[in-house]
Design a binder for this molecule. Structure first.
Ligand code: SF4
Ligand code: SF4
Length: 463
């Protein structure tokens, strides 16, 4: 099955970059299907990020920061996203539809705010797949950012029509869930942000090393990472607490936080893990703080109609972490008050730094997606964890079409690789695999026993 993911992979922020990377890899790992990110963008999105990279005001350091960040995201996307060879930039739905025709068996729309109803991308736009036929359509962890309040009757009818032939509708937050239910009468499924479901390599020591080397922080004080867009809020915080903490700014440039450095997404993850705390207005800042066990406090520096309209609150409230969230009507003044107990806990070592229960629960939300699209899981062997394969090669030997070969992983152990061009999904290879046939009995045996001994034998194969 050929799968295309339609998402905001080319948006220049860490969250958008990493959710696209994670979704692509999770789908590949969990299903073994040929999966790529559809290399599509809209002119207004390109213009938006182009303008953001070229600020008309500010000093040369400020302007150079945004230019460097722009170039970095383009380079990183080319290097780390598996993009379709053909690309398209248009806001013309008809052109998009014709270009997409016949390319995929399944299109996954999402995750992220691909259905944002107040976006500069306009409505309707190609991310709703309007009129796209001849392909199975699903959404994964899509978000609309806002509810139905400002939608006209005509727009509601359009959404209803666009989603009428989706086989599965998965959303990331309560406000989108309600919007879809109100407009279509369908109850969508709740998915986790794909970054929860993907095992990123996170190394706290590397993070500390990067903080020291790239941000020139000597480590004598506790280090707090700021992911805040409001310059005034940053100024107020750093002015008041500069004596006790070193502050570094991730993502945005702030004149009074001299340590504004352009990090790659991989470095950004490590730095979050390496700092002593994070103050964030960004959803994925909060997600990666939880994934890496970094204490955090989330600030929403704008007045929303209620907490439910905040995607950060939506996530935290699902896990009883409401106290880590603050909506600020007057960010400059209130931020100092609400972060005081958090910073005090950092100094005394009492701040919560274990969120593994939250991450595990979120990860489970991937399952409804995989279970409810039965044909997304191929019948051929797919090894998603080293613990589920000992490298015996029985699957390879059983394939009547020789569609399987054994390839080495980085440690030199054999794992099967299926050529999807040859495989006809007969399922024979799966039927002969002990680990798959007796999944419950043998699950984890390869990992528990290590490479030398599995089921009492020297069975983890190596060339
Ligand atoms: S039969 Fe199972 S254990 Fe043996 S190589 Fe294939 S996937 Fe691995
Ligand atoms: S053709 Fe059959 S045996 Fe060969 S890889 Fe595909 S499912 Fe497995």
């Amino acid at each position: 099955m050929k799968i295309g993911i339609l998402t905001y992979h080319a948006s220049h922020n860490y969250g958008a970059f990493l959710q696209a990377y994670a979704l692509q890899n999770v789908i590949k790992e969990q299903t073994g299907n040929d999966t790529e990110i559809i290399n599509f963008n809209m002119p207004q999105a390109l213009e938006f990020y182009e303008n953001a990279s070229n600020p008309k005001t500010g000093d040369s350091e400020y302007r150079s920061f945004y230019k460097k960040r722009f170039d970095m995201f383009i380079k990183q996307s080319k290097e780390h996203h598996d993009l379709s060879k053909e690309s398209l930039i248009t806001d013309d739905i008809k052109v998009f539809r014709e270009w997409l025709s016949g390319k995929y068996d399944l299109i996954i729309v999402g995750s992220d705010e691909v259905w944002a109803l107040n976006s500069f991308r306009g409505f309707p736009n190609p991310y709703w797949l309007p009129g796209v036929t001849g392909v199975k359509k699903v959404s994964y962890a899509a978000s609309s950012r806002v509810g139905t309040e400002n939608l006209s009757i005509e727009e509601k009818e359009q959404i209803k029509e666009f989603l009428s032939d989706f086989s599965y509708i998965g959303v990331r937050d309560g406000i989108t869930e309600k919007m879809i239910r109100d407009v279509t009468g369908i109850s969508p499924k709740m998915n986790c942000d794909p970054t929860f479901a993907f095992k990123f390599l996170i190394n706290r020591e590397l993070g500390k090393w990067l903080i020291k080397g790239r941000f020139h922080v000597d480590g004598n004080k506790k280090c707090i990472a700021l992911m805040l867009t409001s310059g005034r809020m940053v100024d107020a915080i750093t002015r008041k607490y500069d004596r006790d903490f070193d502050f570094i700014s991730l993502y945005t440039y702030h004149k009074n936080v001299k340590k504004s450095v352009v990090l790659t997404p991989y470095e950004w993850i490590q730095v979050i893990a390496g700092c002593d705390g994070l103050i964030s207005s960004f959803f994925h800042g909060v997600v990666f703080a939880m994934k890496s066990g970094t204490p955090f406090v989330a600030l929403e520096p704008r007045k929303l109609e209620s907490n439910e309209y905040s995607k950060i609150y939506d996530l935290l409230s699902r896990h009883g972490l409401e106290d880590n969230f603050h909506m600020l009507e007057n960010p400059e003044e209130q931020s100092l008050r609400v972060i005081a107990p958090f910073l005090a806990d950092i100094l005394t070592g009492n701040a919560r730094n274990d969120f593994s229960d939250v991450c595990n629960k979120e990860k489970q939300l991937l399952n409804s997606f995989l279970e409810q699209i039965p044909d997304i899981r191929p019948k051929h062997i797919v090894v998603t964890r080293p613990a589920d394969c000992c490298g015996c090669g029985a699957c390879m030997d059983s394939c009547p079409l020789s569609a399987i070969k054994l390839v080495n992983d980085e440690k030199g152990f054999w794992y099967p690789q299926v050529d999807n061009e040859i495989c006809v999904n007969c399922g024979k290879c799966k039927d002969v695999c002990t680990f798959h046939v007796n999944k419950e009995k043998y699950s984890n045996r390869a990992e528990e026993c290590g490479p030398l001994e599995v089921m009492g034998q020297n069975i983890r194969m190596k060339p």
